[in-house]
Design a protein around this ligand. Structure first.
Ligand SMILES: [Fe+2]
Ligand SMILES: [Fe+2]
Length: 366
């Protein structure tokens, strides 16, 4: 196979040397430039399959963003993956970068193994020639926002930081539209190799929780809170081994271990996020994230029972199970029918029967 050529826009020489060494080690062809003018010249010559760019170049804080914006205006470069390098805490810059069409970000300082992972992930995308061109601009933008925001939240949590709740919430309605669109979900699964299953599952969870809130005549604010909680409900997975998470099949014992482990991580991450929120928000966030594996009979990882479980926790448990039965681990290209899954849920002990009936009524037939 022909070598993938990477263009790297970065004004600091030592960073270019570092990235060059890693790229060459991975058998990429590396081209480093220090200004966007030079980057434009290299691009005009053709044959660039991948772009890595700093957000601030020289003294201009937003030069990288302006560069990507211009790049995406040119149809020749619609499908070229662009990965931005951002500093920890630069949430606003990160969001702007994604909005103008960057695909991913890496937080600086980038440890060599993280850079290697990022490069490998996106080079698989280049090799697979994922057809961005099949998506219209609106879809592509939603997908980039989806990938970027969730990726960012997971990356920050994995490093022991607090995932950016406001950023996730801001994007929630956009993300919901993406979650409802099957074509986008397919591309999402292909693109986000790392934690692919968790990402697609989180989006679906967000969509179903919001649709449920809607069917109960809750207002937009509550729908948004439910969706935000759904997106973050498995955030603790970010601190687990990706290889284990992406295994095709888990034994019953491994499933139990997974449930207990990511919930224990959630118990560390979520209370900090919930602390400065209005009481209603923090209740929903905590219930959905920390109690979605609980059962009324006390058989969940925290052994909460009956009255100890709020309506949101009960609902999250039903939807999580519904999604896991609909898209079973290790089964490719087969989704059991809605009716069959609803029957299984109705027979599962430990769920709230009245809410199960509400949920089944709210999703309607196939
Ligand atoms: Fe979970
Ligand atoms: Fe889940």
């Amino acid at each position: 196979m022909e070598r993938v050529t990477i263009l790297h826009l970065e004004d600091q020489g030592f960073m270019r040397s570092l990235v060059r060494a890693i790229c060459e080690n991975l058998n990429f062809h590396y081209v480093g430039v220090a200004s966007h003018e030079k980057a434009g010249e290299v691009l005009a010559e053709g044959n660039i399959q991948y772009i890595l760019s700093d957000i601030s170049i020289a003294d201009d804080e937003n030069a990288g963003i302006a560069f990507v914006d211009k790049l995406r205006e040119d149809p020749r470069f619609h499908g070229v993956p662009v990965v931005m390098l951002t500093k920890f805490g630069e949430e606003q810059a990160f969001r702007s970068a994604i909005e103008v069409g960057a695909d991913d970000y890496l937080l600086k300082p980038v440890p060599a193994n993280r850079l290697r992972q990022g490069l490998e992930r996106w080079s698989r995308v280049v090799e697979a020639q994922v057809a961005w061109t099949a998506l219209d601009r609106r879809q592509a933008k939603l997908l980039r926002l989806t990938l970027g925001t969730l990726g960012h939240a997971f990356d920050v949590a994995a490093r022991g930081g607090d995932p950016p709740l406001e950023l996730v919430r801001d994007n929630c309605f956009d993300l919901l539209q993406a979650a409802a669109d099957d074509q986008l979900m397919g591309v999402l699964g292909t693109l986000r190799q790392e934690f692919a299953r968790t990402f697609a599952h989180s989006l679906r969870m967000a969509a179903y929780l919001a649709f449920y809130a809607h069917s109960m005549n809750c207002g937009r604010d509550r729908m948004r809170e439910m969706a935000t909680a759904g997106l973050l409900h498995d955030i603790g997975v970010s601190r687990m081994d990706p290889e284990f998470i992406d295994k095709a099949v888990w034994t019953a014992k491994e499933t139990k271990w997974f449930e207990a482990t990511h919930i224990s991580h959630n118990l560390e991450i979520v209370p900090k996020l919930a602390k400065h929120q209005p009481p209603e928000t923090s209740t929903i966030l905590f219930a959905v994230c920390c109690h979605h594996h609980e059962r009324l009979d006390g058989s969940g990882p925290l052994a909460l029972q009956g009255e100890g479980l709020s309506t949101e926790a009960r609902m999250a448990a039903i939807i999580d199970l519904f999604l896991n039965l609909r898209i079973p681990r290790g089964v490719v290209g087969f989704a059991p029918g809605k009716a069959a899954v609803c029957d299984r849920i109705a027979q599962t002990p430990g769920l709230d029967g009245a809410l199960v009936a509400d949920f089944i009524a709210s999703i309607g037939p196939e």
